[in-house]
Design a protein around this ligand. Structure first.
Ligand SMILES: NC(=O)c1ccc[n+]([C@@H]2O[C@H](COP(=O)([O-])OP(=O)(O)OC[C@H]3O[C@@H](n4cnc5c(N)ncnc54)[C@H](O)[C@@H]3O)[C@@H](O)[C@H]2O)c1
Length: 472
């Protein structure tokens, strides 16, 4: 513990902005001379994605502490970011306890901010605990898996008065930002209707929502929440300041169930022993083993083993783990197709479709209909038609790379800017707004389950009353 405290003191000397109640006197983003220090909770896919920025812009932010239970993943991450070994922890609870220790002994946190990149069901507990210690927080989406937990996080963050970022990365891509600017400029008149399709991708869906982390509602959440809360958030942002007033939704788990299993697959429950495997687009051999055999060690193969994938460990994972199971014999229960309709307070409308069965992987197809124009986009380029000028122009927003059309980079950069200047508005949203868009997603799911149109205002009121009663 002495080493931890000494190390924390020395980190703190290099990063004096950790003082309680101290507001940086910096006036513009990027003006800090000191990098924002980050503690990463969960060093998996998303922890890695955001912290590439720390390697790319070390003068802006630095990873100084991590928590990760998988030994090889932890070691690799610690080495990559040169994290002092006194600040490498197995679990978030260990990191939190060490932080409590340094707060009580020397009055300092381990870092300026925590990046919460553990699985969905853990977000609430982790976010509330670190908010109580006064950390700035960047939390992966979804905020949490229940309405009440989302409210708890919002209250904890608002009470702490710290910066809060949400992994709604699509808001932060150059593509979305340019479209948002056109909407706000009024150049095409009033935005009247949005149609958005989220094409999840056939093998991506099989990987994540049939075999993987988001396949069961009980251990994560319903698929509209886990996959599409940022679509709904983006749509709500586009219509702002109008708010959703009514929502309806339909959807089902149509295909990935036993009744759709091809006869030729017989009684096989794993792809490696299935006679039909060669003809199945969802074959685990095709998704994981074949790419690794061809030297492709990246997603999705890298996510199913600890450390670097190779033929041996992937084969073992397919023989024993969930990623080798037949998609018709898995334990999944989340929808593979869902539609949502939203009416906003100013009479405008949106429709959204989440669908598993696409060649495209997550490249949203979007149509925005204005009183005097139209935008049609595919998340890479978009075409603007101006009815008044009778012009049509193709826009190709500059993408600096990284996931979600540059949204991952856009979010972490905005978060670091917000922390280094103390300006929440640089994120363009806050915990209360994030809560509101999540409430719309919960309301849509209620509609799907009950077969009724849900009144969003009454839904929110009821949620807040329940929360208030629970905390009495
Ligand atoms: N913003 C987006 O577009 C987007 C995309 C994908 C996933 N996500 C969300 O990001 C989060 C992380 O997803 P992922 O794909 O990185 O998952 P992942 O499984 O790759 O990473 C999670 C990591 O947390 C670690 N972990 C587990 N228990 C822990 C503990 N007690 N303490 C510390 N670490 C622990 C795991 O070992 C793992 O390395 C999820 O909430 C997911 O829904 C968001």
């Amino acid at each position: 513990m002495a080493a931890l405290i000494n190390n924390t003191k020395s980190l703190w000397r290099r990063s004096i902005r950790l003082k309680d109640n101290q507001q940086p006197d910096l006036t513009k983003p990027g003006s800090s001379e000191l990098p924002v220090t980050l503690a990463v909770i969960g060093c998996g896919q998303r922890g890695k994605a955001y912290t590439r920025y720390a390697l790319r812009a070390p003068e802006r932010c630095k990873v100084v502490a991590i928590a990760e239970p998988r030994p090889k993943t932890r070691q690799h991450f610690a080495d990559l970011h040169k994290v002092d070994r006194t600040l490498v922890f197995d679990t978030w609870e260990d990191l939190l306890a060490a932080s409590a220790e340094t707060i009580s002994t020397i009055g300092k946190r381990l870092a300026d901010a925590v990046l919460i990149a553990v699985q969905d069901h853990m977000h609430a507990q982790v976010a509330v605990a670190f908010a109580a210690q006064g950390y700035h927080i960047l939390c992966e989406k979804p905020m949490a898996t229940s309405v009440q937990d989302c409210i708890k996080i919002t209250n904890a963050v608002n009470d702490s008065g710290r910066i809060f970022g949400m992994g709604h990365v699509m808001r932060y891509s150059p593509y979305s930002r340019e479209i948002t600017e056109i909407i706000r400029s009024g150049a095409l008149g009033e935005l009247i209707n949005v149609v958005q399709v989220e094409p999840v991708g056939y093998y991506h869906f099989a990987h994540s929502y049939v075999r993987g982390n988001w396949s069961k509602e009980k251990s994560s959440s319903f698929s509209l929440m886990t996959k599409c809360c940022h679509d709904i958030d983006l749509i709500c942002n586009w219509f702002y300041p109008a708010v959703p007033v009514k929502v309806s939704s339909f959807g089902s788990l149509k295909h990935f169930r036993k009744s759709a299993k091809p006869k030729a697959a017989g009684s096989a429950t794993r792809c490696l022993e299935c006679a039909h495997e060669k003809d199945c687009p969802y074959s685990a051999k095709k998704i994981y083993l074949d790419p690794v055999a061809q030297g492709d060690l990246e997603w999705p193969a890298e996510t199913i083993v600890d450390g670097l994938p190779d033929i041996e460990n992937i084969t073992e994972a397919l023989q024993k783990g969930p990623y080798g199971l037949c998609v018709y014999e898995s334990t999944n229960d989340v929808c593979d197709n869902q539609v949502v309709n939203i009416e906003f307070s100013n009479g405008t409308t949106a429709s959204f479709t989440m669908i598993a069965f696409t060649e495209a992987i997550c490249d949203r197809q979007t149509r925005l209909h204005f009183s005097h124009g139209e935008i049609i986009g595919d998340m890479r380029t978009f075409t603007v038609s101006d009815f008044r000028k009778r012009t049509t122009k193709v826009h190709r927003p500059k993408n600096e790379g990284g996931g979600h059309g540059g949204g991952d980079l856009g979010l972490i950069r905005s978060f670091v800017d917000a922390v280094s200047t103390g300006q929440q508005n640089l994120l363009g949203t806050n915990a209360s707004e994030v809560l509101k868009s999540h409430l719309t997603v919960f309301a849509a799911e209620k509609s799907r389950r009950t077969g009724s149109v849900v009144d969003c205002i009454a839904f929110e009121q009821e949620a807040r009353e329940t929360s208030a009663n629970e905390s009495m």
